[in-house]
Write a protein that binds this ligand. Structure first.
Ligand code: PLP
Length: 375
């Protein structure tokens, strides 16, 4: 492959930090590094209480336990998302209620929510696709009005902002991913941003397998025992050390990705202006996590994907809508006349974008796409 889709970022300082963990002889959560890293994340996001988790999936599962999702509760999730946004709640017995998205932002369409909300609705999951977002305030207001929890799936949103406020800090809980497909990463990792103070104590028990080990480590109790349902959700010190090295380079990573993103916009703007392709207008200060284009339809998208692949460029589609999946088709789905989750995901193609990608490669990719349309 001349241009791979992604090469995970490595800062170069990871080994130094990991060696410190080895010297400390303390490897499990929470440790010296997790405390440093959580503090760093607090400073960046503005969320006072951050806990590191084994993945964003773990953070979402932790959130479902924290808000006490039970059999029969309903949780509203956009159909265009990763399975973890849904699984975390279904695992606790929730009935999923799927809603359509806005075609421009690929985020949940808030105008469908009044129809989807019932007296059993316990939470809304707002997914900020590619760090893009638009309608947080409207969704927050609806949640307040109906006394519903707002969970932000900000898996892709590290260093993305709306009105200068970090994504993941608007809801009761925000969940972030540090999987190696993300801008900064530690292989598998995540964080839970706890904005609703009433959930902090509970989350500190759930993350410790449902025990009061935190109080024990603080010398507040003589032994720790089973308090509630929980699991092993904390992040190992080795991963945290790796992540801390990455976090220190966050601004550099975002800056570089933004400049690469800008090169794609430049190269492809003529095609956009002539109506042959589309790509999103920037509505919020985002982290350039994904550069995606939209083609006329699925057939043209697949054709361009193969065309690029044959030229050594890995471009990928993304989520297929949950309401059309084997598992998801059993749940209600709300949309207006046009099913944008399907229409837009069928047209979407993600282009290679990673820290070490050379600008020339983006130009090459842009030239090939232009050439495809000249054919
Ligand atoms: C929207 C969304 N939520 C959750 C996840 C799961 O993240 P993780 O792999 O850290 O569990 C992903 C993964 O990419 C995602 O795209």
């Amino acid at each position: 492959m001349k241009i791979p889709f992604n090469i995970p970022f490595v800062s170069g300082d990871e080994v130094t930090y990991i060696n410190e963990v080895i010297a400390n002889k303390s490897f499990s959560y929470p440790g010296v590094f997790s405390k440093k890293c959580e503090l760093e994340l607090s400073k960046i996001t503005g969320c006072k209480t951050v806990r590191l988790t084994a993945s964003c999936t773990s953070a979402l599962e932790l959130a479902a336990l924290a808000i006490d999702i039970n059999e029969g509760d309903e949780v509203i999730v956009p159909s265009f998302t990763f399975v973890s946004s849904a699984n975390a709640f279904v695992l606790r017995g929730a009935k999923l209620v799927l809603v359509d998205i806005h075609p421009e932002t690929m985020c949940l369409d808030e105008s469908l929510l009044e129809q989807a909300i019932t007296s059993r609705t316990k939470a809304i999951v707002l997914v900020h696709y590619a760090g893009l977002t638009k309608n947080i305030e409207e969704v927050r207001e609806l949640c307040n009005k109906h006394a519903i929890y707002l969970i932000e799936d900000a898996a892709q949103s590290m260093d993305s902002y709306y009105n200068n406020q970090h994504l993941g800090t608007f809801g009761d809980i925000g969940c972030i991913s540090f999987h190696d497909t993300k801008n900064i990463q530690c292989g598998e990792g995540g964080a839970i941003l706890i904005n609703n103070k009433t959930l902090i104590e509970k989350i500190d028990v759930i993350i410790e397998k449902g025990t009061d080990r935190k109080a024990f480590l603080a010398g507040e109790v003589n032994e720790y025992t089973w308090k509630t349902l929980g699991s092993s959700y904390g992040l190992s010190e080795i991963n945290v050390a790796f992540l801390l090295a990455q976090l220190k380079a966050l601004k550099k990573v975002t800056k570089k990705r933004k400049s690469l993103y800008g090169l794609y916009q430049e190269a492809l703007n003529p095609l956009k202006l002539s109506g042959l392709i589309d790509f999103p207008e920037t509505v919020n200060k985002h982290n350039a996590h994904i550069f995606f284009i939209k083609l006329k339809d699925k057939q043209q998208r697949n054709e361009l994907e193969s065309y690029l692949l044959n030229s050594g460029i890995a471009a990928y589609t993304h989520y297929s809508p949950l309401h059309l999946s084997d598992k998801g088709k059993n749940y209600p789905y709300f949309c207006f006349k046009r099913d944008y989750s399907k229409i837009e995901s069928d047209r979407l193609l993600r282009l290679p974008l990673f820290f070490d990608l050379e600008p020339d490669k983006i130009k090459m990719c842009g030239a090939l796409i232009n050439q495809y349309f000249k054919k």
